[in-house]
Design a protein around this ligand. Sequence first.
Ligand code: SF4
Length: 376
Amino acid sequence: MHRLPSAFEFQNSVETIRAHHWRSYTDTYKGCEFECQYCLYKGPGEYGRHVRPVDGSIPARSDLGIVDIGTTTDPYQPMEAEQKLTRSILEAAAATEIPLFVLTRGTLVLRDVDVLRDLASAGLVEVCISVITLNEDVAAQIEPGAPRPHERLRVAEQLAAHDIPVAFHVAPLIPGLDTPENVAAMGKRLAEACGSHIFSAMLGARKPYWAPFYKSMDAAAEYCGSFETFERAYPRDFDFSRGAADTCDFEYALPALTPLRDGVTAGGATYVSENYPFLTTGALEGGIYQWKLPTVYDMASWIEARGAVAEWADFLTWYRGFGPSERLVGLVRSLWESGELFLGTRLAKQNDGYVASEELLMPAQHTLVAKRTPVA
Ligand code: SF4
């Protein structure tokens, strides 16, 4: 029987509903040898030499929806060369027709071109390469264990040459890391390399890694586009009181996101903003997205297209067509009621419904913040 490492529901918070279509995620390794200094999931004893394969597995099932591999730790870190756990997932997915979204910084993904081609020919896979800068000096300081940016670009181009769908994930986007001109140039370069879409998310600040991360940024300062811009957006004494992985204020986020979006658009790809759905430039359809769950952007687009107030009952009929779990429906309902669901869109709340608006639904200063609270 084909088995997967334990799979978890991915759309379990407003952050994940905001931008991700995946229904489930799974990790092959606990910890990550790439040691990016900004890694959100870095915990004591989990990185560098402490990396180990994950425990537990489940039978591979085709009802998992799009399964994301690489959400928490990289599936193609050096240990995979020997363990081949990620490859076993690809093989299980090919045998049971599970659609996969594979997120990686690793060049080892090229080893699996044979299985990826099989998956791609059935429309079952997209490989997303994570790149936050094309500046090799900066990358060497803040992503010391990961393949360099030019190597990741080469990987993307080779995958695309094998007709394997490729996207890029520019995350975390760090204000001031590059000049706006270089951010736009990177967006265009990535768009031309993949031709499909570029996801991006702002840097999430978390207390456990903040001091060492700032140290690596200090070391990279002379190579940065504007270290002062970074310091203004993310002060050394960042306020962690809200308890979630928090991003900078909108006034700093927008000047970083806009050049990226413009560069991606100029390069002929779709831009997908994970923090601010209104910046997303187009729908994701076909291929693995035929199994998708709607993101907040999709939901807002559906409401805008109605041209009238969308009540919960109408919305729910449409939403259930995508097969969300009851747990997820409950979460979406609570976020619908509180108004949090549509922050970052151009919708206005009217009684129990929403309608298209000229105004951006957003707190005055801060970008989107949410805690990963369990769903009852
Ligand atoms: S590759 Fe991903 S999981 Fe690994 S250290 Fe970097 S950010 Fe963390």
